[in-house]
Ligand binder design. Structure first.
Ligand code: SF4
Length: 336
Protein backbone atom coordinates (compact mmCIF):
# COMPACT_ATOMS: atom_id res chain seq x y z
CA UNK A 1 0.00 0.00 0.00
CA UNK A 2 1.27 3.43 -0.94
CA UNK A 3 2.19 5.43 2.14
CA UNK A 4 0.97 8.96 2.83
CA UNK A 5 4.45 10.42 2.48
CA UNK A 6 4.77 9.12 -1.07
CA UNK A 7 1.25 10.36 -1.97
CA UNK A 8 2.07 13.74 -0.47
CA UNK A 9 5.26 14.06 -2.52
CA UNK A 10 3.36 13.20 -5.70
CA UNK A 11 0.61 15.74 -4.98
CA UNK A 12 3.22 18.31 -4.00
CA UNK A 13 5.09 17.86 -7.29
CA UNK A 14 1.83 18.21 -9.23
CA UNK A 15 1.03 21.42 -7.36
CA UNK A 16 4.50 22.83 -8.02
CA UNK A 17 4.21 22.00 -11.71
CA UNK A 18 0.77 23.65 -11.82
CA UNK A 19 2.23 26.63 -9.92
CA UNK A 20 -0.41 26.42 -7.23
CA UNK A 21 0.15 28.81 -4.34
CA UNK A 22 -2.51 27.48 -1.93
CA UNK A 23 -1.46 23.87 -1.37
CA UNK A 24 -3.43 20.75 -0.54
CA UNK A 25 -0.17 18.90 -0.10
CA UNK A 26 1.71 19.31 3.16
CA UNK A 27 5.41 20.05 3.70
CA UNK A 28 7.78 17.27 2.74
CA UNK A 29 10.43 18.53 5.13
CA UNK A 30 10.20 20.05 8.56
CA UNK A 31 13.08 21.74 10.34
CA UNK A 32 12.30 22.23 14.02
CA UNK A 33 14.12 24.05 16.82
CA UNK A 34 13.18 21.80 19.71
CA UNK A 35 14.80 23.67 22.56
CA UNK A 36 17.24 26.45 23.30
CA UNK A 37 18.74 24.44 26.16
CA UNK A 38 22.37 23.71 25.57
CA UNK A 39 25.21 22.04 27.42
CA UNK A 40 27.67 24.51 25.83
CA UNK A 41 27.81 28.29 25.63
CA UNK A 42 29.56 28.89 22.32
CA UNK A 43 30.94 32.40 22.00
CA UNK A 44 28.97 33.36 18.93
CA UNK A 45 25.68 31.47 19.39
CA UNK A 46 22.53 33.57 19.83
CA UNK A 47 20.17 30.59 20.26
CA UNK A 48 20.97 29.52 23.80
CA UNK A 49 20.26 33.05 25.00
CA UNK A 50 16.66 32.82 23.81
CA UNK A 51 14.60 30.67 26.17
CA UNK A 52 12.56 28.25 24.07
CA UNK A 53 10.99 24.84 24.38
CA UNK A 54 8.72 23.49 21.69
CA UNK A 55 5.14 23.88 23.04
CA UNK A 56 3.24 20.63 23.69
CA UNK A 57 0.55 21.61 21.21
CA UNK A 58 3.18 22.03 18.48
CA UNK A 59 4.73 18.70 19.45
CA UNK A 60 1.28 17.11 18.88
CA UNK A 61 0.93 19.04 15.63
CA UNK A 62 4.26 17.65 14.43
CA UNK A 63 3.20 14.11 15.37
CA UNK A 64 0.04 14.58 13.28
CA UNK A 65 2.07 15.63 10.25
CA UNK A 66 4.77 12.94 10.47
CA UNK A 67 2.94 10.50 8.12
CA UNK A 68 3.29 13.03 5.28
CA UNK A 69 6.96 13.85 5.72
CA UNK A 70 10.02 12.65 3.87
CA UNK A 71 12.64 14.46 5.95
CA UNK A 72 12.95 16.11 9.33
CA UNK A 73 15.68 18.21 10.89
CA UNK A 74 15.94 18.55 14.65
CA UNK A 75 18.03 21.27 16.17
CA UNK A 76 18.56 23.31 19.33
CA UNK A 77 20.32 24.62 21.38
CA UNK A 78 21.22 20.99 21.74
CA UNK A 79 18.45 18.79 20.32
CA UNK A 80 19.36 15.93 22.67
CA UNK A 81 18.34 18.09 25.65
CA UNK A 82 14.74 18.37 24.47
CA UNK A 83 12.85 16.31 27.06
CA UNK A 84 10.61 14.59 24.50
CA UNK A 85 13.32 13.84 21.94
CA UNK A 86 13.34 10.14 22.86
CA UNK A 87 9.53 9.95 22.41
CA UNK A 88 9.79 11.68 19.06
CA UNK A 89 12.44 9.25 17.81
CA UNK A 90 10.44 6.27 19.05
CA UNK A 91 7.32 7.49 17.23
CA UNK A 92 9.26 7.86 13.98
CA UNK A 93 11.15 4.60 14.23
CA UNK A 94 8.07 2.56 15.11
CA UNK A 95 5.76 4.06 12.47
CA UNK A 96 7.74 5.94 9.81
CA UNK A 97 11.23 4.42 9.66
CA UNK A 98 11.70 5.74 6.10
CA UNK A 99 11.86 9.39 7.31
CA UNK A 100 15.37 10.78 6.89
CA UNK A 101 16.29 12.61 10.06
CA UNK A 102 18.99 15.23 10.33
CA UNK A 103 20.09 16.23 13.80
CA UNK A 104 22.21 19.24 14.64
CA UNK A 105 24.29 18.46 17.69
CA UNK A 106 27.54 19.24 19.42
CA UNK A 107 27.86 15.42 19.86
CA UNK A 108 28.86 15.63 23.51
CA UNK A 109 25.67 14.03 24.85
CA UNK A 110 25.53 11.16 22.36
CA UNK A 111 26.31 8.02 24.32
CA UNK A 112 25.72 4.31 23.66
CA UNK A 113 22.13 4.54 24.90
CA UNK A 114 21.30 7.39 22.53
CA UNK A 115 22.96 5.55 19.65
CA UNK A 116 20.81 2.53 20.41
CA UNK A 117 17.72 4.75 20.28
CA UNK A 118 18.92 6.37 17.06
CA UNK A 119 19.40 3.16 15.17
CA UNK A 120 15.95 2.85 13.58
CA UNK A 121 16.16 4.99 10.44
CA UNK A 122 18.44 6.93 8.06
CA UNK A 123 20.29 9.77 9.78
CA UNK A 124 22.49 12.74 9.17
CA UNK A 125 24.50 13.93 12.15
CA UNK A 126 25.26 17.62 11.62
CA UNK A 127 27.99 18.12 14.18
CA UNK A 128 29.12 21.55 15.38
CA UNK A 129 32.87 21.88 15.39
CA UNK A 130 34.35 25.36 15.38
CA UNK A 131 37.98 24.36 15.81
CA UNK A 132 39.65 21.07 14.95
CA UNK A 133 42.17 21.34 17.81
CA UNK A 134 42.01 21.40 21.60
CA UNK A 135 42.88 24.94 22.68
CA UNK A 136 40.76 26.79 20.19
CA UNK A 137 37.86 24.32 20.51
CA UNK A 138 37.73 24.82 24.26
CA UNK A 139 38.01 28.59 23.86
CA UNK A 140 35.13 28.80 21.37
CA UNK A 141 32.84 25.92 22.37
CA UNK A 142 32.84 26.90 26.00
CA UNK A 143 32.05 24.08 28.41
CA UNK A 144 33.22 21.24 26.14
CA UNK A 145 36.48 19.35 26.08
CA UNK A 146 38.11 18.38 22.82
CA UNK A 147 39.04 14.94 24.17
CA UNK A 148 35.41 14.15 24.91
CA UNK A 149 34.34 15.52 21.55
CA UNK A 150 36.76 13.18 19.77
CA UNK A 151 35.56 10.20 21.82
CA UNK A 152 31.91 10.92 20.97
CA UNK A 153 32.73 11.45 17.32
CA UNK A 154 34.53 8.11 17.20
CA UNK A 155 31.40 6.44 18.57
CA UNK A 156 29.25 8.11 15.93
CA UNK A 157 31.67 7.09 13.17
CA UNK A 158 31.57 3.50 14.37
CA UNK A 159 27.73 3.69 14.55
CA UNK A 160 27.66 4.96 10.95
CA UNK A 161 29.96 2.21 9.75
CA UNK A 162 27.81 -0.51 11.36
CA UNK A 163 24.40 0.88 10.51
CA UNK A 164 22.07 -0.99 8.13
CA UNK A 165 20.57 2.41 7.26
CA UNK A 166 22.24 5.26 5.45
CA UNK A 167 24.04 7.38 8.06
CA UNK A 168 26.12 10.42 7.19
CA UNK A 169 28.32 12.69 9.29
CA UNK A 170 28.56 16.36 8.46
CA UNK A 171 30.72 18.93 10.22
CA UNK A 172 29.23 22.37 10.71
CA UNK A 173 31.99 24.96 11.21
CA UNK A 174 31.26 28.59 12.05
CA UNK A 175 34.04 30.81 10.78
CA UNK A 176 35.11 33.80 12.86
CA UNK A 177 38.22 35.81 13.73
CA UNK A 178 39.59 33.18 16.13
CA UNK A 179 39.52 30.31 13.65
CA UNK A 180 39.61 31.62 10.06
CA UNK A 181 43.36 31.11 9.67
CA UNK A 182 42.95 27.41 10.53
CA UNK A 183 40.17 26.83 8.03
CA UNK A 184 42.18 24.28 6.01
CA UNK A 185 42.71 22.14 9.12
CA UNK A 186 39.02 21.21 9.11
CA UNK A 187 39.60 19.11 6.00
CA UNK A 188 42.48 17.14 7.54
CA UNK A 189 40.32 16.60 10.62
CA UNK A 190 37.37 15.52 8.45
CA UNK A 191 39.62 13.13 6.57
CA UNK A 192 40.82 11.54 9.81
CA UNK A 193 37.22 10.71 10.76
CA UNK A 194 36.09 10.15 7.15
CA UNK A 195 33.22 12.61 7.49
CA UNK A 196 30.93 12.97 4.50
CA UNK A 197 30.63 16.74 4.29
CA UNK A 198 31.95 19.96 5.85
CA UNK A 199 29.77 23.04 5.80
CA UNK A 200 31.30 26.45 6.54
CA UNK A 201 28.98 29.17 7.85
CA UNK A 202 29.74 32.78 8.76
CA UNK A 203 29.52 34.02 12.31
CA UNK A 204 26.50 36.32 12.23
CA UNK A 205 24.89 39.12 14.18
CA UNK A 206 25.99 42.60 15.24
CA UNK A 207 29.63 43.71 15.06
CA UNK A 208 31.74 41.96 17.71
CA UNK A 209 35.49 41.29 17.81
CA UNK A 210 34.77 37.76 16.45
CA UNK A 211 32.66 38.93 13.53
CA UNK A 212 34.76 39.24 10.36
CA UNK A 213 31.68 39.54 8.12
CA UNK A 214 29.99 42.55 9.76
CA UNK A 215 31.76 44.79 9.07
CA UNK A 216 33.71 42.92 6.40
CA UNK A 217 37.33 42.39 7.36
CA UNK A 218 38.92 42.61 3.90
CA UNK A 219 42.11 40.88 4.94
CA UNK A 220 40.25 37.93 6.46
CA UNK A 221 37.98 37.63 3.42
CA UNK A 222 40.95 37.70 1.05
CA UNK A 223 42.60 34.95 3.09
CA UNK A 224 39.45 32.83 3.04
CA UNK A 225 38.84 33.29 -0.69
CA UNK A 226 42.40 32.16 -1.33
CA UNK A 227 42.12 29.20 1.02
CA UNK A 228 38.84 27.93 -0.43
CA UNK A 229 40.08 26.75 -3.80
CA UNK A 230 42.61 24.57 -1.92
CA UNK A 231 39.96 23.37 0.51
CA UNK A 232 37.57 22.32 -2.23
CA UNK A 233 40.37 20.45 -3.99
CA UNK A 234 41.60 18.67 -0.86
CA UNK A 235 37.97 17.89 0.07
CA UNK A 236 37.45 16.32 -3.36
CA UNK A 237 40.60 14.23 -3.01
CA UNK A 238 39.45 13.03 0.42
CA UNK A 239 35.88 12.30 -0.77
CA UNK A 240 34.47 15.05 1.45
CA UNK A 241 31.84 17.40 0.08
CA UNK A 242 32.62 21.03 0.92
CA UNK A 243 29.75 23.51 1.15
CA UNK A 244 30.35 27.16 1.96
CA UNK A 245 27.85 29.75 3.15
CA UNK A 246 30.58 32.33 3.59
CA UNK A 247 29.48 35.63 2.01
CA UNK A 248 32.03 35.90 -0.79
CA UNK A 249 29.61 37.09 -3.41
CA UNK A 250 27.95 40.50 -2.97
CA UNK A 251 25.37 39.78 -5.67
CA UNK A 252 24.24 36.50 -4.20
CA UNK A 253 20.45 36.35 -3.97
CA UNK A 254 20.18 33.29 -1.81
CA UNK A 255 22.65 30.80 -0.41
CA UNK A 256 20.12 27.93 -0.48
CA UNK A 257 21.55 24.53 -1.15
CA UNK A 258 20.65 23.87 -4.80
CA UNK A 259 20.41 20.14 -4.06
CA UNK A 260 17.25 20.81 -2.06
CA UNK A 261 15.53 22.51 -4.97
CA UNK A 262 13.15 20.23 -6.85
CA UNK A 263 12.60 21.68 -10.31
CA UNK A 264 14.61 23.70 -12.76
CA UNK A 265 11.76 25.94 -13.88
CA UNK A 266 11.34 28.07 -10.75
CA UNK A 267 14.29 29.82 -9.15
CA UNK A 268 13.40 28.05 -5.92
CA UNK A 269 10.74 25.58 -4.79
CA UNK A 270 11.56 25.46 -1.09
CA UNK A 271 8.43 27.41 0.02
CA UNK A 272 6.44 24.53 -1.57
CA UNK A 273 8.31 21.81 0.27
CA UNK A 274 9.93 23.08 3.45
CA UNK A 275 9.07 24.69 6.78
CA UNK A 276 11.46 25.84 9.50
CA UNK A 277 10.36 26.54 13.09
CA UNK A 278 12.81 28.90 14.80
CA UNK A 279 13.57 29.26 18.52
CA UNK A 280 10.74 31.42 19.88
CA UNK A 281 8.17 29.97 17.45
CA UNK A 282 8.55 32.10 14.33
CA UNK A 283 8.42 30.17 11.07
CA UNK A 284 10.25 30.76 7.79
CA UNK A 285 9.96 28.56 4.71
CA UNK A 286 13.64 27.53 4.70
CA UNK A 287 16.79 28.47 6.60
CA UNK A 288 17.87 30.78 3.79
CA UNK A 289 14.60 32.76 3.75
CA UNK A 290 14.36 36.19 5.32
CA UNK A 291 10.68 36.79 5.94
CA UNK A 292 8.67 35.28 8.77
CA UNK A 293 5.50 33.53 7.53
CA UNK A 294 3.87 32.56 10.83
CA UNK A 295 4.36 31.62 14.46
CA UNK A 296 3.61 28.25 16.07
CA UNK A 297 2.85 29.80 19.44
CA UNK A 298 -0.54 30.87 18.08
CA UNK A 299 -0.92 29.05 14.75
CA UNK A 300 -0.93 25.42 13.62
CA UNK A 301 1.53 24.09 11.06
CA UNK A 302 -1.32 23.66 8.56
CA UNK A 303 -2.43 27.29 9.06
CA UNK A 304 1.09 28.60 8.50
CA UNK A 305 1.60 26.38 5.46
CA UNK A 306 -1.04 28.38 3.56
CA UNK A 307 -0.69 31.67 5.44
CA UNK A 308 -0.79 34.92 3.40
CA UNK A 309 2.99 35.37 3.82
CA UNK A 310 3.77 31.81 2.71
CA UNK A 311 1.53 32.29 -0.32
CA UNK A 312 3.32 35.58 -1.03
CA UNK A 313 6.66 33.70 -1.14
CA UNK A 314 5.23 31.28 -3.73
CA UNK A 315 3.63 34.08 -5.76
CA UNK A 316 6.83 36.10 -5.85
CA UNK A 317 8.92 33.11 -6.87
CA UNK A 318 6.50 32.36 -9.71
CA UNK A 319 6.77 36.02 -10.79
CA UNK A 320 10.57 35.81 -10.40
CA UNK A 321 10.32 38.81 -8.09
CA UNK A 322 12.79 37.54 -5.52
CA UNK A 323 15.08 40.35 -4.39
CA UNK A 324 12.94 41.59 -1.53
CA UNK A 325 12.09 38.24 0.09
CA UNK A 326 15.28 36.41 -0.74
CA UNK A 327 18.10 38.97 -0.29
CA UNK A 328 21.08 37.05 1.03
CA UNK A 329 22.41 39.36 3.70
CA UNK A 330 20.28 38.18 6.61
CA UNK A 331 20.73 34.93 8.49
CA UNK A 332 17.81 33.14 10.16
CA UNK A 333 19.58 33.49 13.50
CA UNK A 334 18.96 37.23 13.26
CA UNK A 335 15.21 36.60 13.11
CA UNK A 336 14.86 34.87 16.46
S1 SF4 B 1 15.30 32.92 0.32
FE1 SF4 B 1 14.11 32.70 -1.57
S2 SF4 B 1 15.43 31.58 -2.94
FE2 SF4 B 1 16.24 31.31 -0.87
S3 SF4 B 1 15.32 29.46 -0.04
FE3 SF4 B 1 13.99 31.14 0.55
S4 SF4 B 1 12.50 31.28 -1.08
FE4 SF4 B 1 14.17 30.06 -1.84
Amino acid sequence: MENLSYKNIRLNLEEINQKKTFLKSLPRSLNVTLTSRCNLGCRMCPVYRKKWELPEKTYDDIISILPYLKCTTWQGGEAFLYPRFGDLLEEIHSKYPYIEQTMYTNALLIDDEWLRRLSGSPKIFFISLDAPEKNLYEKIQRGGTFKEFQERLEKIVSFRDRSPHKVEIYINAVIMRSNYRFVEDFVSFGKKYSVDKIEFSPVIGPPTPENIFNPIDEEALKFLKGAFSEIIESGREAGIEIFSRLPFDDDLICDKNPNENTTGELFCTLPWTFMFILAGGKVIPHGSCKKVVGNVTHQTIREIWNSPSMIEYREKLIANDIRELCGARLNWMELI
